[in-house]
Design a protein around this ligand. Structure first.
Ligand code: SF4
Ligand code: SF4
Length: 475
């Protein structure tokens, strides 16, 4: 075997030039070649105690799959990963590796950690490109499980149960499966074709995907149980956008990030004759500092905005988005207005509907400068307004990206399902069991908006718990 690669930096990831990519929706990072993947794999020391594995919510056996890459056994690497993860091509792209598996990597002590996510992406893409062998369908065990929602949590739970022989039906509210992976994450970060391949792989394992069914409207959870499903896993996500409650949020040209990204991502509003309208061009402010805010800002740029601001009330140190996404946004020309908070959105009257003062168009946003106060008991410094520091941004569009909450529809139509004050479904730690018999839940529907990989971890945990519960009934 080749010698270990002791270079302190990761093998660079090839990517599109920022000036070019700011005007197209193609994927930013183009992925490792086989040579690059082997070079990076040789940076892994194959640590016996595997600290990196403890940082992965789905416990992928990282040193083992990397060892296969070193041997050029890419399909073997895929087999190792897919024992723990149903969505490797997705995780390799959107997982916040730097705070998970890679944060525990010993190579990170004196340099950069091994590029675990990049290697995972390479292996998954290699498999998707080169291998067409359908997965084997396990023998059915006679149990039926309904999964509500087709985002990362629902798909993971479905995959884990299908592997164990369950007949699984995934109910999807929209016309396409993938949940937040398709409506929320833009094409330039996660191509739809990648998600589709992962969904197709689940279908090949026997998972049934039923689209255009809103659980709580078309059919309720109670009805699913009455119809003979032995268990239900609720992974309906957190699709209810939060707003600030400041004047002017109902003007035309104010979007939630969810709406803006759904129109662009899922309904392809960037095409010349789209099925749905969207603001293209003009001056855009995105309020918020998470990954979704970065996605919205970079999407607005690609839709032709002449100026895009991120407006965030804390400083760069507290900005919650991944560093990589922030750097990409800066390189592409997004301007960061930090320690800044909106107080009012202005608009002008719509001449076509003068009777409704709310029916005007955005013209600007009044903001106030902030400073960080003294740390609280948890060491967190809250932003406080600086008196008389108001200023106005001239704008054509405001995108609110200050978080989302679980939609109350399922709770309001299901008997015996308890939720907390933020609307998250209450579940038992370590199993995902809800307060209702035969119903489990996980992902953003429980925690509020979080990461793809934590949602996947919850899906896996619940699948294990459902399996144990149903098998114990059979005995
Ligand atoms: Fe790391 Fe995410 Fe892959 Fe786990 S799934 S190994 S956390 S990149
Ligand atoms: Fe390899 Fe880093 Fe994991 Fe050690 S900690 S096995 S070097 S990836």
């Amino acid at each position: 075997m080749a010698k270990a690669n002791m270079t302190p930096e990761k093998t660079p990831m090839p990517s599109q030039d920022p000036k070019v990519r700011a005007h197209n929706f193609d994927e930013v990072a183009t992925g490792y070649t086989e040579e690059m993947a082997i070079e990076e794999a040789l940076r892994c020391l194959g640590c016996k105690n595997m600290p990196c594995v403890a940082g992965c919510p789905v416990n992928i056996r990282i040193p083992e799959f990397i060892a296969k890459i070193k041997e050029c056994d890419f399909e073997g690497a895929y087999a190792v990963i897919s024992e723990s993860s149903s969505l490797p091509a997705v995780c390799g792209r959107v997982c916040p590796q730097e705070v998970q598996c890679e944060s525990r990597c010993v190579r990170g002590i004196k340099g950069e950690s091994v590029g675990i996510g990049r290697l995972e992406r390479f292996v998954a893409d290699w498999h998707n490109e080169k291998c067409n062998t359908p997965p084997t369908q396990p023998e059915k065990n006679g149990f039926k499980v309904a999964v509500v929602g087709s985002g990362p949590s629902g798909l993971t739970c479905a995959g884990e149960l299908a592997k164990r022989g369950y007949s699984v039906t995934v109910f999807v509210a929209l016309h396409t499966a993938g949940g937040v992976l398709v409506y929320g994450i833009p094409e330039f970060r996660l191509p739809k074709s990648i998600v589709q391949k992962e969904v197709d792989a689940l279908k090949a394992m026997g998972v049934e995907i039923v689209t255009n069914v809103i659980i709580g409207k078309t059919v309720t959870v109670d009805e699913l149980l009455d119809e003979g499903y032995n268990a239900v896993y609720i992974a309906s996500g957190a699709g209810l956008p939060n707003f600030m409650g400041i004047p002017g949020e109902s003007y035309k040209g104010v979007y939630s990030a969810n709406e803006f990204l759904t129109r662009s991502n899922l309904m392809k509003a960037y095409l010349d004759n789209p099925d749905t309208p969207i603001m293209k061009g003009g001056r855009v402010a995105v309020v918020g500092g998470g990954n979704v805010a970065m996605d919205a800002a970079r999407t607005a740029l690609r839709l032709g905005a002449e100026k895009v601001y991120i407006v965030y009330r804390r400083s760069m140190d507290e900005l919650p988005a991944r560093r990589e996404e922030v750097e990409h946004a800066e390189e592409e020309g997004v301007e960061f207005l930090l320690l800044t908070n909106p107080t009012e959105i202005f608009g002008y009257e719509n001449p076509e509907n003068r009777r409704d003062p709310k029916n005007g168009f955005v013209t600007g946003m009044r903001c106030i400068k902030m400073e960080l106060g003294e740390p609280d008991e948890r060491g967190r410094r809250s932003p406080v307004p600086i008196p008389d520091s108001y200023f106005t941004l001239e704008l054509d569009c405001v995108i609110m990206s200050i978080g989302t909450s679980p939609n109350p529809l399922i709770k309001s139509t299901t008997s015996g399902l308890d939720v907390n004050r933020r609307g998250g479904i209450i579940v038992e730690d370590g199993t995902g069991k809800t307060t209702k018999d035969l119903v489990w839940a996980g992902g953003d529907a429980v925690t509020g908006a979080a990461t793809v990989i934590s949602a996947m971890g919850a899906g896996k945990t619940a699948a294990r718990a459902i399996d144990e519960h149903l098998k114990s009934k059979k005995k």
